[in-house]
Design a protein around this ligand. Structure first.
Ligand code: FE
Length: 202
């Protein structure tokens, strides 16, 4: 647990508001509990960071795919069968030894659900949303990611139409890995930009 995670707000208020809204929509006949259960189950059980991990691993082994992914993330992600039901665009940002990207939604909690599943609670916390913009280096250090001063940090603010996903650096020591083995190395946090991928030899 780091500071940002500890200060994540308890979701009580948001949960109460959500429940009130849900009851109202059901009462007005605009939603049914079946639809809600279906969507929740889909994101809790079927869609998770594994989709994103598959995208990353493919980009690591296929330079053509990587080029497409960086040019048009939405299309390249759809090519692997993943997409955003709400039609939001996904832009993929490549981390290198000189530039590190990190993603936030300063306004609320926009997140690339179709590739990363449900957002972690710290992503929605006020502390993360406010601080990662002001002092990204310090926040990343709290996630145990201590970047040298020579690495430029770029913070990207998501919104409902445009979501970001980070393409992390392929770690050293994974040169002989198969695509499947590479998928297993990719973490959710590395695709938000708050973690690097550890070398499998460490
Ligand atoms: Fe948002």
């Amino acid at each position: 647990m780091n500071n940002v995670q500890q200060t994540a707000y308890t979701e009580t208020d948001a949960a109460l508001r959500t429940r009130a809204l849900e009851s109202l929509l059901i009462e007005k006949g605009l939603l049914t509990t079946d639809i809600i259960d279906e969507v929740v189950q889909k994101y809790e059980q079927d869609v998770g960071p594994l989709n994103g991990a598959k995208v990353v691993a493919r980009a690591w082994i296929d330079s053509n795919y990587k080029r497409q992914l960086l040019e048009d993330g939405t299309a390249a992600i759809a090519e692997l069968g993943f997409g955003d039901a709400h039609g939001s665009k996904i832009v993929v940002l490549e981390n290198t030894s000189s530039v590190h990207h990190v993603v936030v939604c300063t306004l609320c909690s926009c997140y690339p659900w179709s590739v990363l599943g449900l957002p972690p609670s710290w992503y929605k916390s006020y502390a993360y949303r406010a601080r990662v913009v002001r002092e990204p280096r310090a926040v990343l250090r709290e996630f145990d990611l201590d970047l040298p001063d020579s690495v430029e940090i770029r913070v990207w603010d998501s919104n409902s139409d445009l979501r970001y996903m980070v393409l992390p650096e392929r770690p050293a020591g994974a040169e002989d890995h198969t695509e499947e083995q590479l998928v297993a190395l990719v973490t959710r946090d590395s695709m938000i930009g708050v973690a690097a991928i550890e070398s499998p030899t460490e």
